[in-house]
Design a protein around this ligand. Sequence first.
Ligand SMILES: *[C@@H]1O[C@H](CO)[C@@H](O)[C@H](O)[C@H]1NC(C)=O
Ligand SMILES: *[C@@H]1O[C@H](CO)[C@@H](O)[C@H](O)[C@H]1NC(C)=O
Ligand SMILES: *[C@@H]1O[C@H](CO)[C@@H](O)[C@H](O)[C@H]1NC(C)=O
Length: 336
Amino acid sequence: MNSKQGWRAGAVFLTVMFCLGMLWYLHVETYIPRSYIQVRALCTPGDVPAKAAVQISNYSRTHPVFLQLSDYFWVKNESKYGLPYGTKGSEDLLMKFLALTNRYHVPQEIDRLPCRRCVVVGNGHRLKNSSLGDTINKYDVVIRLNNAPVHNYEKDVGSKTTMRFFYPESADFDPQMDNNDDTLLVLVPFKPLDIQWMKIILNNEKRVRKGFWKMPPLIWEVTPHNIRILNPYYMEVTATKILGTLSDLQTSKKTKTSFQKPTTGMLAITFALHFCDMVDIAGFGYPSLSNKKEPIHYYEKVTLKSMAVSGHNITLEAVAIRNLLQNRLIHNLTYF
Ligand SMILES: *[C@@H]1O[C@H](CO)[C@@H](O)[C@H](O)[C@H]1NC(C)=O
Ligand SMILES: *[C@@H]1O[C@H](CO)[C@@H](O)[C@H](O)[C@H]1NC(C)=O
Ligand SMILES: *[C@@H]1O[C@H](CO)[C@@H](O)[C@H](O)[C@H]1NC(C)=O
């Protein structure tokens, strides 16, 4: 190599390093979409757990992800709280249900990944026209929420669904159309009736119509194979440590109505902080309060007005998400 080639190589090297530096700088300062950089190249094993251990007291990765029969058969796991924060009082129902499905494992291909790249896809209107579909499909684990449709929205939200978190009142999606064959349908039990509902569907027992705040589907084409129940531990951590409402939770027996339950989205982020090495989010956030016309979801015209009665504290959750973003535990593919 003569000196001219040496110079050129050096200049190219410096330019590349400068560009990479700029990308890194921009990436951490402004959360530019991951699509600009390879999603794959960014995963560092243990990155999120290390950061989460600092932020979340008693952080532990060893809790079972899904409830399993052995926790309720012979031994009854002691839980401090009832649903949705623990299983106290629901042990017998769980035993019957889990004997029926007896599935609790995480798919092997995810379990053995050295670095788990996860994206939690919120249902926010800001996903519309985002063209994030291809980026979202690149993650190892794509978590979707409630009835979020995929069919006809692939360009903006992707087509891969590793897990879908839902509860009966949010189950008005087509289990076939909006999921993949191997999608895990992860029931988030808010009340014992939610487990009962799932059992009735799987067993084709006589339907129960009372006790729901919205009529859940009565017919649902699913097999026990893909059904899991999320360990309420994550709901407890969300309420007590992520949202910091532990005192509310402890006094909630007296003032039941004053305590607002976490949203499925906030819960899914908490779960991802325990399960993944890299956690990205997309489609989180609501229109500003003054914006009465903008829909809140990418797939329907419902506006903020309807959220007023939802029983969630979205202001508190926005603060929590902003905190997680600022501390770089999570990154955002959209804006927040
Ligand atoms: C942490 O875990 C220990 C042992 O389970 C428990 O005694 C303690 O109260 C926990 N601390 C917090 C802040 O949750
Ligand atoms: C139930 O208790 C066993 C034994 O202490 C423990 O290994 C398991 O993680 C517990 N399950 C849940 C869901 O907390
Ligand atoms: C999305 O794109 C379509 C077609 O270009 C446009 O009509 C619509 O207003 C856009 N919606 C948003 C929310 O940007």
